[in-house]
Design a protein around this ligand. Sequence first.
Ligand code: CP
Length: 311
Amino acid sequence: MIGFPSILEGIEDLNREQVEKLLARTKELKIGSPARLPLKRKISVATSFLENSTRTKLSFIMAINLLKGIHIDFEAEKSSLKKGESLEQTLLTLNYQGFDICIVRTKETKLLSQFKQRPPIKMINGGDGTNEHPTQALLDLYTLNELFNGELAGKKVCIAGDCTHSRVTHSLMKLLPQFGIEITLCGPKEFLPKEIPAGIKTNANLEEALKETDAVYLLRIQAERHENQFDMSTYNEKWGLNLDLIRQVGRKIPVFHPGPANIGIEVDQELVDSNLWMAHKQVENSVYVRMAIIEAMVTNGDTNIGAKYNT
Ligand code: CP
């Protein structure tokens, strides 16, 4: 039994062994091996997305369905939270009703931290403001591992764009170096975080950064989080990625994107249509990674789950 956190708020809630086990279990779930057993007891999972989402919310719902669980969308705006009930009492209510997990996306950062000592219910962070997006980073790691056939150590990933406001960048900076991946952040100075962890490089020139990278991770400009309006008029010219730029490097460089992508700004259509565009693989893998995360959480990390969880 290796355990699993009751609250997955950020990458630091997981240890290396837990992450490796998630990757291994994701592979089993994806290939549909005999280990792909549905949980015999029906699990019940609530989602509450207080910021818009397509990929994260729907892939969690698909994951719950594939696990033969029950999914309920908790509409916070129409709930008794609006009558002044505390978030803790609300989450406890979900627990007493028999929900196993509540998955939340919030505008606020670190909303889940307050519950770590005494979790009212098991919770997964589906993205909290600019803080973290741990399940996205885990599915990105899985997709990178698949792409590089398990040879991650020494690989170089350039994360390009609005790094400051990108919650997945904050998760990736904690996760990828654990597997020996070197990260370079690239983008306008306004979009480079003030505090960059040791070992993470920066490069203000995308063309130069490309020469040293094995994969690019493009980011959307998150205008909705900007305090001051950013002049977008020259962004595509200076920071946009296209096939011509990659051809100039002379190597095929796979391009990741957490989505949604703004075509014509950080990326052009030709690149999205090419076989270098990895976003569809990220989306496909997201369902299996999130299945593995839900399984691990309800079984406390014991992924011999068919047997153990159901008896
Ligand atoms: N990657 C991601 O979080 O996408 P959504 O906002 O569509 O969920």
